[in-house]
Ligand binder design. Structure first.
Ligand SMILES: [Fe+2]
Length: 325
């Protein structure tokens, strides 16, 4: 433990600045500056040090408000007996050691939290790559769906945690395609009823794949319900209106918008103008009408960027922060 002492208050400030001390015991009446001024200066760069203020002149002591404002933890009148100061120092040392323990636990928790977060993001990335490898159309499509869904979610002023759920859920909304045969996914001619029924299983397959991992519980609704329709004629469950989770209704619009603006084997991509017309035409049938209005608003507000992105079919980086969208 480092011990230090000085009778010069200005030197005391410099000492605390250059060395680490847990506890500062200082007098109130000093020259050229009083103890409260010393503490005021120290608190500008050190909020942790435990401070005991002593005074021999009761009437000249700083008011209680000042003691609180400066975060002075102990105050004691000097006397010939040292009992009180000894008790105060003992309690100060106990507080300091508890504060250190709490700080250490907090640091360990933060470290563990960051590791978990990194593992979570890594798992999401692996799943996304697995989906991309399966289906050439899905490649990069998930990134774009995620991008548009985040745009819409942010325009709706959803809380940051919910925007992140939407970002991640959109990344692998089609993970269930892993369970659909390649011969069907890559077929360029029209699908038979049986093949189409196979494709329609992908939301349930995706939800089933994610089910065992608790970390995915918030995004499973997106995976499971992203093909539901507002009028109840979607799949796999036929949920309608606001019974479809909001996160899934948002991703559904983003997913459809990206499908409309992508080249497919059976038709060329829509222009932004035509895609907006199509979104409007499907208000209240396929899509939540209020969400469509907000999405069109955000597309129109960012028309130049959206059109540029549609032309180059950008690839969103995997570590893109939602704050940059
Ligand atoms: Fe899908």
């Amino acid at each position: 433990m480092l011990l230090g002492g000085t009778t010069d208050p200005l030197e005391a400030i410099e000492l605390v600045k250059s060395e680490h001390f847990d506890l500062l015991i200082l007098d109130f009446l000093m020259a050229p500056i009083h103890g409260d001024k010393v503490v005021e200066e120290i608190r500008k760069f050190n909020r942790d040090i435990y401070i005991l203020l002593l005074t021999g002149h009761k009437d000249l002591a700083p008011p209680l408000d000042t003691i609180r404002k400066l975060d002075i933890q102990g105050y004691c009148e000097k006397s010939d007996k040292f009992d009180q100061i000894i008790l105060l120092v003992e309690s100060a040392l106990k507080s300091v050691s508890q504060m250190k323990l709490i700080k250490q636990i907090n640091e360990e928790l933060e470290h563990t939290y960051n590791e978990l977060k990194a593992a979570y993001r890594g798992t999401i990335e692996s799943l996304r790559l697995a989906v991309d490898a399966k289906d050439s159309y899905t490649k990069n499509h998930s990134d774009r769906v995620s991008y548009y869904a985040v745009m819409l979610a942010k325009k709706l002023n959803l809380p940051k945690e919910e925007v992140e759920i939407i970002r991640d859920g959109a990344y692998f909304h089609d993970i269930g395609k892993i369970g659909v045969p390649d011969s069907i996914l890559q077929k360029t001619s029209s699908l038979t009823d049986e093949e189409y029924s196979n494709v329609k299983d992908h939301p349930s397959i995706g939800a089933h794949i994610l089910q065992p991992a608790k970390i995915f519980e918030n995004i499973i609704p997106i995976v499971k319900f992203h093909h539901e329709r507002y009028d109840g004629r979607g799949y796999p469950t036929g949920l309608s209106g606001e019974n479809i989770p909001l996160t899934a209704r948002i991703v559904c619009i983003a997913d459809s918008f990206d499908a409309m603006t992508s080249d497919r084997s059976y038709r060329p991509r829509f222009t932004l103008h035509k895609a907006i017309d199509e979104l409007r035409a499907c208000k209240g049938t396929q899509f939540d009408p209020n969400l469509v209005d907000t999405f069109i608003e955000v597309l129109t507000d960012n028309k130049e960027t959206v059109e540029r992105d549609l032309n180059i079919k950008f690839i969103m980086r995997k570590d893109d922060d939602i704050d940059t969208i």
